[in-house]
Design a protein around this ligand. Structure first.
Ligand code: GLY
Length: 265
């Protein structure tokens, strides 16, 4: 059994910009508290490092309010990395900002470049055997088709699925816990897109717990969802709860805050 989808030597994060108060959100639930967000971010990075990984912390990018959510800018695979083309116009430039950092770590860096192609990393779930990409308001069929074409010679199999209506990203509603196990909201798992995987549904009313990350030996999950935490613990995983109250105001979660990968020169 391989473990490419959850064992990594590196992660990249970016410090939250003060401009995040202008970040995108589906519903305005109030301004994020920057000091609290930074404290949560520090705890997140410390937890990634606890697994032995190297974490590269990039400087804040004030012109891009949502730039703390680095996951949307790229997809890092065992053979190479692909720079995304975010569907949110205010986030398009974030991808170009990430490119030089990945170029320094990967010998093969490719780019989604079609004028009509849009795809964000938050819509992509890499498993051991396939790459699931959810069509959403940010990711379209052309973006998915271009990703499939760009990664075919790396042996990657891309499968188009659907992000539930009204949900920002595919991974807002699901996470990979190990090679066989996916944590999901019932509304997404009911679509049947995870056939063949072992499923753990988040507890009713705890849908915001679905965005976790498995990073080496740990599962990082947002604090405040005890029934889902207990279900993950009962399945045998080691859990770390990280405060996410401020990023949640911007529809962000555990996966959004990092790119997780093993570089390939
Ligand atoms: N605020 C995160 C996003 O909408 O992309």
């Amino acid at each position: 059994m391989t473990d490419r989808s959850y064992r990594f030597t590196h992660a990249i994060t970016r410090r939250p910009a003060a401009s995040i108060t202008h970040g995108l959100r589906a519903v305005d639930t109030g301004a994020p508290d920057l000091a609290r967000m930074q404290a949560h971010h520090d705890a997140y990075i410390a937890t990634l490092r606890e697994t032995g990984a190297t974490v590269i912390e990039l400087d804040a990018l004030e012109p891009y309010p949502d730039s703390v959510f680095v996951e949307d800018t790229a997809l890092c695979l065992p053979s190479g990395a692909v720079i995304m083309r975010p569907g949110a116009p205010s986030r398009l430039g974030e991808a170009a900002e990430m490119a030089p950092h990945l170029a320094a770590l990967y010998g093969d860096l490719r780019r989604i470049s079609g004028a009509e192609s849009f795809i964000e990393g938050g819509d992509i779930l890499m498993t051991e055997t396939e790459i699931l990409v959810g069509r959403s308001a940010r990711t379209n069929a052309a973006g998915i088709a271009e990703l499939a074409a760009l990664t075919a010679d790396w042996g990657e199999v891309v499968r188009e699925v659907h992000t539930p209506p009204g949900v920002l990203h595919f991974k807002t509603d699901c996470s990979l816990l190990d090679a066989e196990t996916i944590l999901s909201t019932p509304r997404l798992s009911a679509s049947g897109c995870f056939k063949g995987y072992r499923l753990i549904d988040v507890a009713e009313g705890e849908e915001a717990a679905a965005n976790t990350i498995r990073f080496n030996d740990l599962v990082l999950m947002p604090a405040g969802f005890p029934r889902t935490r207990d279900a993950i613990l009962a399945a045998g995983f080691t859990v770390r709860e990280i405060g996410n109250s401020e990023c949640a105001k911007l529809d962000g979660g555990m996966s959004c805050l990092s790119l997780r990968f093993t570089p390939k020169a």
